[in-house]
Design a protein around this ligand. Structure first.
Ligand code: NAD
Ligand code: GLY
Length: 364
């Protein structure tokens, strides 16, 4: 391990795994040898990421039997049909249960390749090599895998933990600014839901992060992964506190599905959704207006939307929100704020506050 490599552990007993964070990791044979025990490896990537990084990864995998599938880019590709060419390639190669799948890409590739790994021959091992900020701080960690259905986000999937996560910060150099900002939405999420100290730090360091200062990004990825790892270790299958990680997501998933996947980026939808959650919390009297404004201001400073598109309307919002996986017995459960850095999952909010929030949203 070099000095500059940081490591966070996701403590799931026998299924514990490391998250390696640092520079130049894609070319590190020692890390790949540690993570990839298989002699047969299939890498899933996409048409944007593969030309940039697949070769480096292939070299580092040495003389293992290697195959790769390059999918089309975009959230609209996170669907069941896009999994078929991956299953096809696994079968054409004759790969068995002892193969390993490597997801090389952002959250779309990680979620889809992870779901292939969860289901191919009833489950094979996989490694996450996240290449977006969002995937490094969130989607590559915790084992939620799956694809979208036109009627709802992430409606088809499985829990399947990776064996390791390798987050090479160098790959962020090619990430477009809009995607970096979308990743910041999930970073701000950790601060708002349970890490007030990180919130204060982010308020001081946001500009450096957006300017891609290396130490700042490394700290952001490590701190976010520590936050997520602690929650996942305590509640892997989301029977309780893991749902806190859904702050802004009930509204955000509705925005993504209503607009058509890929129109608003996931992080952008979550940013607007967190502002709606803060607004609802303020309308319920749980936080004061100044706290709501402070959360919204940080999201705005990150260059993210603070309001949903004005054309969805309360009824469409409710239609999509009714399919949210957190709902129980038909009751809409939301992640709301009782303070900055203090979120709760609850169905016990004033209905009038939700109605007012949805109506305000539909006025653009
Ligand atoms: P994405 O995977 O679509 O990647 C964003 C864009 O960046 C794509 O165009 C991609 O090709 C490109 N890209 C990726 N890496 C690049 C690089 N290094 N250089 C240049 N371009 C690069 O989107 P995302 O924001 O990474 O992930 C969003 C997805 O993650 C959503 O589907 C969301 O539901 C999912 N998600 C899952 C979890 C989970 O726990 N499983 C958590 C959060 C989000
Ligand atoms: N991104 C939500 C979760 O991993 O639970």
């Amino acid at each position: 391990m070099t000095e500059s490599t940081r490591q966070v552990s996701v403590d799931l007993g026998e299924r514990r795994y490391p998250i390696h964070i640092g520079r130049g990791l894609l070319a590190r044979r020692d890390l790949l040898d540690e993570a990839v025990s298989a002699r047969q490896v299939l890498v899933v990537s996409n048409e944007v990421v593969a030309p940039l990084y697949l070769h480096t990864l292939q070299e580092a995998l040495g003389d293992r039997r290697f195959a790769a599938v390059t999918l089309r880019d975009g959230e609209q590709e996170k669907q069941l049909a896009a999994m078929l060419p991956v299953f096809d390639e696994l079968l054409v190669q004759g790969f068995g249960r002892d193969c390993q799948i490597i997801a090389l890409g952002g959250g779309v590739i990680g979620d889809l390749a992870g779901f292939v790994a969860a289901t191919y021959q009833r489950g094979v091992a996989f490694i996450q090599v996240p290449t977006t900020l969002l995937a490094m701080v969130d989607s590559s960690v915790g084992g939620k895998t799956g694809v979208n259905h036109p009627r709802g986000k992430n409606m088809i999937g499985a829990f399947h933990q990776p064996r390791a996560v390798i987050a090479d910060l160098d790959v962020l150099d090619t990430l477009p600014d809009r995607e970096l900002r979308a990743g910041m939405a999930e970073v701000i999420k950790y601060a708002l839901l349970g890490d007030r100290e990180f919130l204060v730090w982010l308020e001081d360091h946001l500009d450096a992060a957006l300017a891609r200062d290396g130490d700042t990004l490394a700290h952001i990825v490590e701190r976010s992964c520590r936050n997520k790892a602690a929650i996942v270790a305590a509640d892997e299958r989301e029977t309780g506190q893991r749902a806190l990680l859904n702050l802004g997501h009930t509204f955000g998933h509705a925005i993504e599905a209503a607009r058509g996947y890929g129109d608003w980026l996931h992080g952008e939808a979550i940013a607007a959704g967190m502002c709606m959650a803060a607004e609802l919390s303020a309308r319920a009297g749980w936080i004061d207006d100044a706290d709501c404004a402070r959360a919204t201001a940080l999201i705005a400073r990150a260059g993210l939307p603070t309001r949903p598109p004005g054309d969805i309307g309360p009824e469409r919002f409710r239609e999509f929100m009714a399919r949210d996986k957190k709902n129980r017995a038909g009751e809409l459960r939301l992640v709301l704020l009782r303070g900055l850095g203090d979120a709760v999952v609850t169905a016990d909010y004033p209905e009038a506050a939700l109605t007012a929030t949805l109506e305000a949203a539909s006025h653009g």
